[in-house]
Structure formats: structure tokens, C-alpha cells
Design a protein around this ligand. Structure first.
Ligand SMILES: Nc1nc2c(c(=O)[nH]1)N[C@H]1C(S)=C(S)[C@@H](COP(=O)(O)OP(=O)(O)OC[C@H]3O[C@@H](n4cnc5c(=O)[nH]c(N)nc54)[C@H](O)[C@@H]3O)O[C@H]1N2
Ligand SMILES: Nc1nc2c(c(=O)[nH]1)N[C@H]1C(S)=C(S)[C@@H](COP(=O)(O)OP(=O)(O)OC[C@H]3O[C@@H](n4cnc5c(=O)[nH]c(N)nc54)[C@H](O)[C@@H]3O)O[C@H]1N2
Ligand code: SF4
Ligand SMILES: [Mo]
Length: 733
């Protein structure tokens, strides 16, 4: 068979780098970065290249598996698996109602055109509210800040790094993570260009990260950001640096923010966030006086105890300095598929329209806090969670309170996993179904569209057929839905396109091919009725899937994001950003009244991401045979000296929930009083042999996960800045 090279793109993380896949005999034999890609231009990272090992991994699940009474798995046919799971789900629905069946859809669902949509459809068919995702360990606080500010949780502005004079990065390490809630190819290059233009890149982080080392670093105490940001606003308001015209034009409710900022002078903030008052003043003045500036936060801003407030303050800092919705500041997505509008029409841009059965916490975009899953399984009553499907996720490693979750999973009437591997969550499942990898399916990453700095869209065909009997996630979900007797996925499509002129036109165009709505047809519909669409021939040359197939390296839609689109992106009445409200006031009060450090647990734990890991996966590649690649904790020399810990020794990290032990690296890379521990480790007894051997400790076993530990405003888990105690493991009994 001849060797074929196919342009496509990686779907592990947000740059969605252009790749060229080399295929021989229907087998992926090489992946290389695509130099001719119009956005990523030859950029990629080690994970993207190591995906070749995942693709061809002998540990991959390639056939449906069913648990035997002795706990081992046996291979069964798809027909058997789907019909048996269907029968069990029907029985559970009959006895306990559709509301007793839930789904956890993990991180990779966001990198597919269809996976998350099909899960949503499945649960709506059941009338179930048990939808869980990594969001409460990742972005719910950001989404709630958006709901409060803009009236829609899915409106998330991006920093215009291509034109800004001052990038303020809060709790993000893009030289390793490659950027999140932003998609701009090689971010190191973007940052270097800012400096080359005479601008600045300042990184606020408790650790002198790869990004902080390459640019400027402000060493903040974990969970200190709200204090830092309020004190910056204090300086800006009291020194006349605010852009009052922009505030009046764009927002309502600034008084609440101003009052809170006035209560937080830099000297008070210094005590709480560890950044010297003089440094806070200079940072505030420099940011406000820069010709243009953009503050952007990610998981370091999203996982603290005041995360919703931190995210709100980040956008407010941009707004108050006149940097929201202007070139070089924060800009809104261009929306070739107008997600906020579509989500609004479909009624899925929700926040707090209902609350969790246990814990009374708000839904965010229809999702409930994943740390509640254990208690939802354990708590009797109507809506008790009795069956859980987990696709593209590994909550036993990724969700805090994992010991309890793992025990609770054992109480389920049915547990089904859909994955590339039998991971730590699926090792107890009743069935594990083999998912196609992203190179085995067609795709367009709808969720990333609005995060591209250079508006861009790319469609890919599957570059190889699925290995073994693997199948794309959406097809598996559709089969299960059919077992439960759901109508085809056409009713939600009606909602998505609306009932306006183009909606009607689109549905008419769709009707002749009636029947199955595939992701390709859905994407086609959304593209064609979007702002660049061909409107089914009314605008020749416009976008459609066919058009994208003619351009396999994608289509650049504009050089830059536009400024001056605020009114289109704000859903509040009057189209103004809202800076006040009950939630904001409560969160500000909670911050200003919050307690100081806990004497029993004097250190603060934060997370850390590694270049070759992706949360709990990508650990089964040959590189992870190297002990150097394994998990270790970073401890400051002063804190190490206090407990007599030397570099390379094992440190015991304890919270009120328990202890874990991890080899330590003693380094002043972390600020004193802070310990950094990567999540996603603790592999054992799962189906990935290299990962099992690499082992590690599961930090989520000791992180807080009770209802009282979750943020009231967003249900967000508290995973950064968690009070801990450390001891040298060798010395303590
Ligand atoms: N190589 C690699 N890339 C990844 C991933 C991965 O696991 N590995 N995961 C992907 C996923 S799912 C996501 S969501 C993104 C996340 O993207 P990022 O958020 O950019 O990822 P992190 O490297 O975790 O960066 C968070 C930073 O916040 C800092 N931090 C911790 N606590 C605080 C705090 O209280 N205040 C401040 N200011 N900073 C704090 C941490 O030290 C860390 O440097 O990365 C994605 N990319
Ligand atoms: N303590 C702590 N915990 C955290 C975080 C933290 O910073 N600190 N970060 C959180 C964040 S940001 C995230 S996003 C979560 C991630 O949490 P999860 O999404 O629960 O876990 P992942 O480790 O990303 O697991 C992804 C799984 O999907 C499988 N997979 C990959 N591609 C596909 C596919 O196409 N289809 C299917 N069906 N399966 C696929 C992989 O084999 C793997 O088993 O972790 C969170 N947990
Ligand atoms: S940065 Fe790496 S993992 Fe992320 S999309 Fe690009 S190649 Fe894939
Ligand atoms: Mo994430």
C-alpha cells in the first residue's frame, strides 16, 4: 500500500495544532507538525507527537468489554454490549426514573464536534440532571463570572496578544499548558513579539514557572489573587487612573467594586497576598497607563477559594482601564458559529436555573459539581444516582474526594466507561466500550472557535479507520439512546438554528436527507447559517463543510478579532456589563471577612502541569518509563529545612482528609510556604501498563471535596491554595 500524507490537527489541547499524518496500510505511522498550517505554522509539543504511541498502543481498548463475576473483563460483541446495557438502563429507568441515570464527560469531550452535544441530548432524553464534567475542577468559576458580567456563561473574552502592549497573565503557564481559553499557536512566540515591540509580559504565579522565568514574575501567595486585584483597583481608582468614560459607556454597578477596592489598600493586600505594596502600586500604574493592556487568567485563577471573584476582577481590571473590547485589550470571539447566541436560543446558556439534589449548589451550563457525585450515589431518595456512564474522563484521579468516589462507584447498579483505555475509573466498570481516537474520526472543534486570536476554522476527516472495533463516541451514545427509545437528534437541531428565516431555510435544506443527524450535518448547518456561511447558495463562496474539505488546512476568517462588539456579546438588559449584584456583593464580603492561614496546616498546596502529561493520561508512552518523567512535589528550601527534608527524599503531605507521599524536589522555584504537586497521578491496577508502573500519588485523595468546601457561587472545587502540613516521610512513623 502506498504511503499517504494527510493534513489534520491535534485535539489534545487548545492550540489544536496543524499536523500532517503519515498513513500506511490504514495505520498511522508518523505525525509531524504542519509547517504550512496558516495558524500554528509548524508548532507542536511533545504530547502531540507522543500521541502516535497512544494511537498504536497495545494497551488500548479495542473491543467492548464486560466484567466477569471474578472481576476480570471478557470481550463481547457490540451487539451484546449495547443491548445488555440498554436493558439494564431501561430497568433502572423503570424502577427509579430517568433522573437516576447520570453521565460524567471528561476533558477530551471539549475537543470533539459532537461528544458533549450528544451527551446533553442523551440526558435530556432521560430527563436527568446528573451531568458532570471537569468544569468544577477547571472553569466553572470563569463561566459564572461571565454569567454575572455579561449575562451568559459562555461569553469569555480573550486577550489580544497580537496587539497588546502589556499582557498580565494570572495563574497560567502557557509555555507548558500551551494556553487555555485561548488558541493562538505558539504562545512563546506571541509573548516574545510583545517584548520585541517594547511591551511587557508579567506572570502572576506562586511558582517561578517556565513562563515566569522567560518574562517577568510577580510571586503571589496561593489564593492571594483577589487581594492583589482589589488592591490594583484601589490604586487605579484613588489615583485617577480609571477610564471613567469607558466605565460609564460599558458598565453598570461600578460603585460596588469601587467600595470594595477602597477597603483594600496595597498594604492590607501585601499581608494577604505576599506581594509588596510598592510592587502592587507599580503594577497597577503600569497596567493602567500602558497604551493597551490585557489581563488574562486560567486555572491558577479558577481553583482558589475565591475563584469566581478573581475571574470577575480580572475582567473588571480590563474594563476599568478601558481595555475591554478594544484592540490590544480583551476581545470577544468572532463567532463563525455564534455559540453564545445559539446557546441562548437553545436555552443552554444557563446558570443557577436549578440546584443539585445534595448540597444545593447551582448548575452551570447544565452541569453540576463533580465532587458531589459520591454523595449523589450514597444519598437515598428520588433522583439518587444509580447508573453512571463515564466517557473521556477519569474522575477517580481528577476529582477531589477520589477515595470516597471510588467506594461510591461500587454501589452503582451500573457503571459504563467509554474510553481509549481501562483507566482507574473504568477498572470497576460493568462495561468498557472502545472509543475511536481523534485521528479516527472527522471533526471540527466548535468549542475552540471563539478562542482563536486569529479567527480560523478547520475541518478534518478521519485520517485512519478506528482500530479494532473502536467507534466514535457520538455513535456509541446514539446506539444507547436508541435502546432507550429516544427520538432522533433532530428536535434539538431545530432549536439550535432557531425559527428565523435562515433557520427555516436550513431545516428545509436538511429535510430531504431526513433521518440521522450526523455531526457532519450538524456542523454543516451551523457553518452555513453562520456569519461566514453560504446560506445554502444565497452567498456563493461562503462556508460549508464541503468548502472546508476543499481547504484541508483550514480557512483564516480574519487577521484579528474585532473591537467594538461588546453590545453583541452582553446579554443583560441595556447591553452593559454588570459589575454588581447579590453574588458579587456576597463574594466580596466573604473575601474581606476571610480568615488568615491555619496554624495546623501552615503550607499552601498548588497544582502543576508537566509538558508530557495531560491530566491523568498520556502517561502510557515510552518516555514515562524514565523515572525522571514521574511525579514529584516542589518544596521551598526554607520549608524543607524546617522539617529536615533533603532533595530527592519523600515528603508526606497531609490535609484533614489524609496523607499522600511523593518524592520531593527542593527548589526556590515555588514561593516559601507553597508546595506544588501535579494531579493526574496515582496510577495502579488499570489497563495502562507503563502508567501503572509510573504510579505516583493521587493528590485528589487529600483535597477538600465536601459540600462545604465547594464555592457557593459556582460549585467550584478548591484545588489551589489548599492548607496542608508536610513532614519528611522517612522520619515520621
Ligand atoms: N502539558 C500539559 N498541557 C496541558 C494540560 C496538562 O495536563 N499538561 N492540561 C490542559 C488543561 S485540561 C487545562 S485546563 C490547561 C490549563 O492551563 P493553565 O492554567 O495555563 O495550566 P497550569 O500549568 O496548571 O497553570 C496554572 C498556573 O497557576 C499557578 N497557580 C496555582 N495557584 C495559583 C494561585 O492561587 N494564583 C495564581 N496567580 N497562580 C496560581 C500554577 O503555579 C500554574 O503555574 O492546560 C491544558 N494543557
Ligand atoms: N487537583 C487537581 N485536579 C484537577 C486539576 C488540577 O489542576 N488539580 N485540573 C482539572 C482539569 S483542568 C481537568 S480538564 C480535569 C480532567 O479530568 P478528566 O477529564 O476526568 O480526566 P483526564 O485525565 O483528562 O482523562 C481523559 C480520559 O479520556 C480518554 N480519552 C482521550 N481521548 C478520548 C476520546 O476521544 N474519547 C473517549 N471516549 N475517551 C478519550 C483518556 O484515555 C482518559 O482516560 O482534571 C481536573 N483535576
Ligand atoms: S500543543 Fe501539543 S498537545 Fe496541544 S494541540 Fe498542539 S501538539 Fe497537540
Ligand atoms: Mo482542564
Amino acid at each position: 500500500m502506498p504511503t499517504v500524507e494527510k493534513p489534520t490537527f491535534c485535539r489534545i489541547c487548545e492550540p489544536t495544532c496543524g499536523m500532517v499524518a503519515t498513513v500506511e496500510d490504514d495505520r498511522l505511522v508518523r505525525i509531524r507538525p504542519d509547517k504550512d498550517h496558516p495558524v500554528t505554522a509548524g508548532f507542536s509539543c511533545p504530547k502531540g507527537l507522543e500521541f502516535l504511541h497512544v494511537q498504536n498502543d497495545e494497551d488500548r481498548v479495542l473491543h467492548p468489554l464486560r466484567r466477569r463475576p471474578d472481576g476480570s473483563f471478557e470481550q463481547v460483541s457490540w451487539e451484546t454490549a449495547i443491548s445488555e446495557i440498554g436493558a439494564r438502563l431501561r430497568e433502572i429507568r423503570r424502577r427509579h426514573g430517568g433522573g437516576s441515570i447520570g453521565w460524567y464527560g471528561g476533558n477530551p469531550t471539549a475537543f470533539s464536534h459532537s461528544h458533549a452535544l450528544w451527551i446533553g441530548w442523551f440526558l435530556r432524553g432521560l430527563g436527568s440532571r446528573h451531568l458532570y464534567t471537569p468544569n468544577t475542577q477547571d472553569t466553572s468559576s470563569r463561566f459564572v463570572a461571565s454569567a454575572l458580567l455579561y449575562g451568559s456563561p459562555v461569553v469569555v473574552p480573550v486577550p489580544d496578544l497580537e496587539r497588546t502592549d502589556f499582557a498580565l497573565l494570572i495563574g497560567t503557564n502557557p509555555l507548558v499548558s500551551r494556553g487555555s481559553l485561548i488558541s493562538a499557536g505558539n504562545l512563546r512566540e506571541r509573548f516574545t513579539e510583545i517584548v520585541a515591540r517594547g511591551g511587557r509580559v508579567v506572570v502572576v504565579d506562586p511558582r517561578r514557572t517556565e513562563t515566569a522565568r522567560a518574562f517577568e514574575h510577580v510571586g503571589v501567595r496561593p489564593d492571594g489573587d483577589a487581594w492583589l486585584l482589589l488592591a490594583m483597583l484601589h490604586v487605579i481608582f484613588t489615583e485617577g487612573l480609571a477610564d471613567e468614560a469607558a466605565i460609564a459607556r460599558q458598565s453598570t454597578g461600578v460603585g460596588t467594586l469601587r467600595d470594595a477596592a477602597l477597603k483594600c489598600p496595597p498594604d492590607l493586600a501585601e499581608e494577604r497576598c505576599g506581594v509588596p505594596a510598592a510592587e502592587i502600586r507599580t503594577l497597577a500604574r503600569d497596567f493602567a497607563r500602558a497604551r493597551t493592556a490585557a489581563a488574562h487568567g486560567r486555572t491558577g485563577a479558577c481553583l482558589g477559594r475565591h475563584a469566581t471573584l478573581v475571574n470577575l476582577l480580572i475582567d473588571a481590571l480590563n474594563l476599568v482601564t478601558g481595555n475591554l473590547d478594544r484592540e490590544g485589550g480583551l476581545l470577544f470571539g468572532r463567532g463563525t458559529i455564534d455559540l453564545p447566541r445559539i446557546a441562548h436560543l437553545a436555552g443552554i446558556d444557563t446558570y443557577d436555573t436549578y440546584r443539585s439534589r445534595v448540597g444545593d449548589l447551582p448548575e452551570v451550563i447544565g452541569q453540576l459539581p463533580a465532587p458531589l457525585m459520591a454523595e449523589e450515589i450514597e444519598t437515598p431518595g428520588e433522583g439518587q444516582l444509580r447508573a453512571l456512564l463515564v466517557s473521556a474522563g477519569n474522575p477517580v484521579l481528577s476529582v477531589p474526594g477520589s477515595n470516597r468516589l471510588e467506594r461510591a462507584l461500587g454501589q452503582l447498579d451500573l457503571q459504563v466507561g467509554i474510553d481509549l483505555y481501562v483507566n482507574e475509573t473504568h477498572r470497576h466498570a460493568d462495561y468498557v466500550l472502545p472509543a475511536a481516537s481523534f485521528y479516527e474520526r472527522d471533526d471540527l472543534v466548535i468549542a475552540a472557535l471563539d478562542f482563536h486570536l486569529k479567527p480560523f476554522v478547520q475541518w478534518t476527516e478521519a485520517v485512519v479507520p478506528p482500530r479494532g472495533e473502536a467507534r466514535p463516541d457520538w455513535e456509541i451514545i446514539e446506539d444507547l439512546a436508541r435502546e432507550l427509545g429516544f427520538a432522533a437528534l433532530s428536535a434539538p437541531a431545530t432549536k439550535l438554528v432557531g425559527t428565523g428565516r435562515f433557520g427555516r431555510l436550513a431545516l428545509r435544506a436538511l429535510a430531504p436527507a431526513a433521518g440521522r443527524l450526523t455531526p457532519e450535518r450538524l456542523v454543516d448547518l451551523l457553518l452555513r447559517t453562520g456569519r461566514d456561511g453560504d446560506w445554502f447558495g444565497l452567498r456563493p463562496g461562503g462556508l460549508s463543510v464541503a468548502k472546508l474539505k476543499e481547504n484541508p488546512r483550514g480557512v483564516v476568517l480574519a487577521e484579528h478579532l474585532e473591537a467594538g462588539t461588546l453590545k453583541r456579546h452582553v446579554f443583560h438588559r441595556g447591553r452593559k456589563v454588570r459589575l454588581d449584584g447579590d453574588v458579587v456583593e456576597a463574594e466580596l464580603a466573604r473575601l474581606l471577612e476571610s480568615a488568615r492561614p491555619d496554624a495546623d496546616y501552615p503550607l499552601l498546596l498548588i497544582g502543576r502541569r508537566d509538558v508530557r502529561s495531560h491530566n491523568s493520561w498520556m502517561h502510557n508512552t515510552p518516555k514515562h518509563r524514565d523515572p525522571e518523567r514521574r511525579q514529584y512535589a516542589m518544596v521551598h528550601p526554607k520549608d524543607a529545612a524546617d522539617i529536615g527534608l533533603s532533595d530527592g527524599e519523600v515528603v508526606r503531605v497531609s490535609t484533614a482528609k489524609g496523607s499522600i507521599e511523593i518524592p520531593a524536589r527542593v527548589t526556590d522555584e515555588v514561593v516559601a510556604g507553597c508546595i506544588a504537586v501535579p494531579h493526574g497521578w496515582g496510577h495502579r491496577d488499570a489497563g495502562w501498563q507503563v502508567a501503572n508502573a509510573a504510579g505516583g500519588a493521587n493528590v485528589n485523595e487529600v483535597l477538600p471535596a465536601d459540600v462545604a468546601d465547594l464555592e457557593r457561587a459556582s460549585g467550584m472545587a478548591h484545588l489551589n491554595g489548599v492548607p496542608v502540613r508536610i513532614e519528611a516521610a522517612a522520619l515520621s512513623g
